[in-house]
Design a protein around this ligand. Sequence first.
Ligand code: FE2
Length: 373
Amino acid sequence: MAFMTKAWQGQEAFAVEGFDHLEFYVGNAKQAAHYYRAAFGFEPYAYCGPETGVRDYVSYVLRQNRVFVVLTTPLSSNHRISAWLASHGDSVHDIALAVKDPRAAFAECLRRGGQEAYAPRELRDENGTVTVAGIRTYGETIHTFIDRSGYRGLWAPGFVELRLPPVPRQETGLVAIDHVVGNVEVGAMDRWAGYYRSAFGFMTFVEFDENDISTRYSALKSKVVRSKNWRVKMPLNEPARGLRKSQIEEYLEFNEGPGVQHVALLSSDIVKTIGALRANGVEFLPVPDAYYEDLARRVGAIDEDLALLQRHGILVDRDEEGYLLQLFTKPVEDRPTFFFEIIQRKGALGFGQGNFQALFESIEREQARRGNL
Ligand code: FE2
């Protein structure tokens, strides 16, 4: 199989156009929808449930610019989603990808070694057709292939407009999904990167292992797979031996297996976005002041005012193509598992790997000042 993987690297037999939406399985979609609206600035979009003839679950679709999020909750303990929730908690179940012909993409993906999640089907109503098919990936995560070009309705057949009373909050300016990161078991990263290369025709374009200094600090190995058009970028992490206990190990323990670690949402004005998210009550990982002491030397000239970045706790990293600004939320549920990243790209194609080292070094500097190192 190895030679086939190589031959197919980067040769998409089906064009992946981009992220379509993310479906989260959650324990209480009604309350989760309120959180995503009030904290992250999403708008109500579409709904299905008992009122629309769906007997066993509800789905709330929320929208912000090009980001679509579906929050789904089962209505009984014997629903298959209830078992999923019992093991993983609230988390991403489906990273849905837009393709032209899901039926053909599904067949080709299976031929290349992709694993079936569910068979292709056409969903129809008076507004047209949405075609979907499901492929499995790491853990109990799936990719729906979806084509909604033949549909004139709001979201998909069976959904009605979601109307909810207004929620006071600040606009956050989140534009699109930048990347989706998966955590997999020790030793499984290469297998999953190979899966995306062979079954999807994706390319591997960045990797880090134990020999990278940034990785010694963050205790993870990482490979990034991407679609040909660069719209879908998916880093895959596995735990590595590092200077401290791997956060990936902690994730795998509390998520009870592999799954989506974080989703990075793109902003075109990160200072404004972070200010609004903080005002809405979103909690971010704290950044020590010492991080900013050597920032100018590390990243060189940037457009933003460093004092303003420090005030908002925004991180900066530079690669060959440019730089990026980013910040990570705390986990958005009680298990130390799934979180969000907010990112603004100024040419950089990377994922902020330099920030691992810079963050940990600045934490050590502060420890040293307190005499604890
Ligand atoms: Fe990221």
